[in-house]
Design a binder for this molecule. Structure first.
Ligand SMILES: Nc1ncnc2c1ncn2[C@@H]1O[C@H](COP(=O)(O)OP(=O)(O)OP(=O)(O)O)[C@@H](O)[C@H]1O
Length: 631
């Protein structure tokens, strides 16, 4: 190999003390002032991220062994699987998603992970963000020579591929609420708002700060702006390490360029930026300091972006016409190429050849660089990763004081009110309740109060309606917010209990207003006891019942976390409650007596019948269920 070729074969990853004039030595520490974006935060410590031989394997069920119907139909006796045939059983197969990926990212740099769809980019980023666990994950991931401890991970921002944001909040509200939740409670409110404003300015979101985020149903900010909001969301905590999963997907090349420029300016402030990119333009490609090319979980190249073409030339791959380096690398990673000097016979082996070339030429250099502790600019210079008890670290403690909890609760409550005001005061919902109230009122219109059958029927209808309606509305709450909840919990924004309580309390106003409207209409139209005390007692019973039903729906949703399944379980549960409510069966067998104690409908119906029991109403005694009033 010529000197030039040798240099290229190093992929621009020479050690900082290497003699390459354009060595990729870790950039010097960023200027002190640039590290203090938010003067009220702890200083931003640069992070050098090293990952060595990172592998990830998953076990997948292979059901092919059972044979498809077509296979079975056409199989001869000799071929058809017998019961003892191993082909009949479901086979657990191991699949390698990442195969010993090694690399290093320094503060002040952008490391771009390139590769075709399914090559393992997101998986690698998840591993680097400490979000992959289990036996399947192998290798070493170090941040400043320490394992990824919680304090380090809390200084890392992870922008996921999908923008997980509340659609009804404006850009400004999104970032202010995020600042309120993520920045230390001890920080004054004004400082937190200032942090959100800084993020808005830094990411050029000023123009759309009062526009709602939106989603596929609600028109909001553009895709590029939404992506920048996701980045700003992470920038609020002034992370030292920023990981982004395909931030440019869905953006035109100008917007993508603008976004990478923003990332470049963040990197210049001393942050370590690692991003996966699907198909960068040549303009975007030249902005990457380092590039890691993945193909089916294998590394094909790691090194400077500007030296990638030279490296591939050195191992015999030269494009037959001038093309965007990123396109060329992606073609190679896909095993497709327009290459001079590669015969048709060799084309299927392109990927194998490239993996072999990388493993023999580049990989040892990259590994040596990772092992070399001299090039860790931040080694032993900061407390992260070590178990210190400094006040900075203490604020990230998992245990929260009551004040912290209450602070989280009140912010989540305010956010919930803002986000869900459209949903709670949904006209369809109000219409449903008024329509049901009018229908019930008309059905029982002028009913004879002394007619016990009618009265019990109305009371039971009220019990069913306010058992089912709140449960069904609330059962979707947690499954719908699952993605946001998981993301926010992963960044340690709040505790589970503060989130749960804020949701319950946030829904309260509407949960209490709707039954009140319903009762006012139905009670007087249906001709229930014309007495104010009886009305107020009925109202109180219904409100309590609504709260229980809402809590039940929320709990079912939270436990199952799947909207479809949770609604089915809620339907079956409510039907069971209706059945055991005491209206259909007056005397249940003794062995089933316990069931009434778990039926909320039973309690509601029991209390309502007590309120509406009328002295001297002989018929009532006969009609009522012994278990209801007699106990
Ligand atoms: N938990 C899992 N179960 C099954 N397959 C998985 C799992 N995680 C990852 N994979 C598979 O691993 C491969 C790599 O996935 P990954 O999401 O990392 O790819 P990617 O390079 O980010 O793709 P894209 O650019 O399309 O987002 C894919 O083929 C994917 O189907």
């Amino acid at each position: 190999m010529s000197t030039a070729t040798q240099k290229a074969a190093f992929g621009g990853v020479e050690t900082p003390n290497g003699d390459s004039p354009n060595s990729t030595a870790p950039p010097k520490h960023p200027p002190r002032e640039s590290r203090d974006i938010h003067p009220f935060m702890s200083p931003s410590y640069p992070i050098t991220l090293k990952f060595m031989d990172v592998g990830y394997r998953i076990k997948i069920e292979n059901k092919q062994g059972k044979g498809s119907c077509i296979k079975k139909l056409f199989a001869t006796d000799r071929e058809s699987p017998t019961p003892s045939d191993p082909r009949r059983s479901t086979v657990l197969q191991e699949r390698t998603i990442l195969n010993g990926v090694t690399g290093i990212a320094y503060p002040g740099e952008i490391l771009a992970i390139l590769g075709p769809s399914g090559s393992g980019k997101s998986t690698l980023l998840n591993a680097l963000a400490g979000r992959l666990h289990g036996h399947g994950l192998t290798g070493t991931i170090l941040a400043n020579s320490s394992k990824l401890t919680k304090p380090i991970l809390r200084r890392a921002g992870f922008v996921t591929q999908d923008d997980v944001l509340y659609p009804n909040l404006t850009v400004r509200e999104t970032l202010v609420f995020c600042a309120m939740l993520r920045l230390p409670r001890t920080l004054p409110r004004e400082a937190k708002i200032a942090a959100a404003e800084t993020a808005i300015a830094e990411l050029g979101l000023g123009k759309c700060e009062d526009t709602i985020i939106g989603n596929s149903f609600i028109r909001g900010v553009s895709g590029g702006e939404r992506k920048r909001v996701s980045i700003a969301h992470e920038m609020l905590v002034d992370p030292s390490l920023l990981l982004l999963d395909e931030p440019t997907s869905g953006l035109d090349s100008t917007s993508a360029h603008r976004l990478i420029t923003v990332l470049g300016s963040l990197a210049k402030k001393g942050k370590t930026v690692v991003t996966s990119v699907h198909q960068p333009s040549s303009r975007v490609f030249q902005m990457f300091d380092k590039v890691l090319v993945l193909s089916e979980g294998n590394c094909l190249y790691f090194g400077k972006g500007c030296e990638a073409m030279r490296y591939f030339e050195s191992v015999g791959f030269v494009p037959s016409f001038p093309m965007n380096p990123a396109d060329f690398l992606l073609d190679l990673a896909n095993g497709v190429s327009h290459i001079d000097g590669v015969s048709e016979r060799d084309k299927p082996n392109i990927r194998q050849n490239l993996i072999h070339s990388y493993n023999t030429t580049l990989a040892p250099k990259v590994k040596a660089l990772c092992m070399d502790t001299r090039n860790n600019p931040t080694k032993n210079t900061h407390p992260m990763g070590r178990s210190t008890s400094s006040s900075k670290e203490r604020r990230y403690s998992d245990r929260v004081s009551f004040l912290d909890w209450f602070n989280q609760f009140s912010i989540l409550f305010q956010r919930s009110l803002k986000e869900r005001k459209h949903e709670s005061f949904n006209t369809l919902r109000v219409f449903q309740v008024i329509a049901a109230a009018l229908l019930a009122g008309l059905m029982w219109w002028h009913s004879d109060y002394r007619n016990v059958q009618d009265r019990l029927g109305l009371l039971f209808f009220i019990s069913i309606f306010w058992g089912v309606f709140p449960s069904f509305n609330s059962v979707f709450a947690f499954p719908q917010e699952r993605a946001i909840f998981m993301k926010e919990r992963a960044s340690g924004m709040y505790t589970l209990s503060s989130y749960f309580m804020s949701r319950i309390v946030g829904d309260l106003p509407m949960e209490l207003i709707l039954p009140t409207i319903f009762l006012i209409v139905t009670y007087w139209m249906g001709g229930l006891k014309p007495d104010l005390v009886a009305f107020l007692l009925t109202w109180l019973v219904i409100l309590g019942y609504v709260l229980v039903s809402q809590g039940l729906g929320l709990a079912l949703g939270a436990a199952i976390m799947d909207a479809k399944q949770a609604s089915t379980v809620a339907a079956v549960t409510m039907l069971a409650f209706v059945l055991t409510g005491g209206y259909y069966v007056h005397k249940v067998p003794a062995c089933m007596a316990w069931i009434k104690y778990i039926s909320t409908t039973f309690y509601c119906y029991r209390l309502l019948t007590r309120i509406h029991y009328k002295e001297g109403d002989d018929d009532f005694e006969e009609k009522r269920m012994d278990q209801l009033v007699g106990e």
